[in-house]
Design a protein around this ligand. Sequence first.
Ligand code: GDP
Length: 305
Amino acid sequence: MFDSLSDRLGGVFDRLRGRGALTEADVRQAMREVRVALLEADVALPVARDFVEKATEKAIGQNVLRSVTPGQQVVKIVNDALVEMLGGDDAEGATLQLDVAPPAIVMMVGLQGSGKTTTTAKIARRLSKGGGMTGEKPRRVLMASLDVNRPAAQEQLATLGTQVEVATLPIVAGQQPVDIARRAVQAAKLQGFDVLMLDTAGRLHVDSALMDEMRAVADVARPQEILLVVDALTGQDAVNVATNFSEQVPLTGVVLTRMDGDARGGAALSMRAVTGKPIKFAGVGEKLDALEAFQPSRVAGRILG
Ligand code: GDP
């Protein structure tokens, strides 16, 4: 992931550093090259434009050009802008809003195949083990699948539940999503679970039936967290999906899956800006422990090498 972007930016910055003194024109030229590199990595156009504008302004406005190591300063400015673009300091990272009268409810949304069900189990696993990302106490977690469209979706979650040793809501054949959600909330309350994770149905594309269903479920469950799961490999498409979802449901965060793949990185880089919500986790493999807290400065560091 990010390999070609990293190479391109590396080339731009090597040329800058090699120069010694820099003129304003040198900086503008370098920033134009940064913009092209971002666009080639599938970063959304307005996001790339905004990024380069801000970074250019900083590089020219401050005393960068008169400093002893102007090239170095420009690289630092780009690094800081990248961290900002990815969501700023790492503080927010993988924090979920769970400190409410139990059960805290986490609703997972996204397209079919995005990795939603797997991610539900991964997050449930980490919450139930405690420590790790949140440094928190282990939580009693219940998972429920509201996916009545895809055959065997509910069974898939039950199987994952067994693997990660997290309880799943018993399946009642024929029950509709809103009713399952209601039953899940009731069960979580009565049985003293700390966290309820609702895995909603995906679709192949964003459509109004899906959005209506999500809103109806959210009305009933009143979740503290609504996490959008998007596949980082789908590039610009992931950005469009995120834009659509964030206009329709009050997301609280994003999870990027398949960050272990060789995506060009645009989805990851644009996500924060287009949704306005933090990227909380990154899926980095098929295994159920392959989930990381998303750390902007680490990702920026990897891109700039
Ligand atoms: P859903 O339809 O959105 O619920 O998708 P699933 O959870 O069933 O996942 C679809 C496929 O993607 C499965 O084979 C998962 O193992 C795989 N998958 C999910 N997350 C990741 C990830 O972060 N990395 C990789 N390599 N595969 C993933």
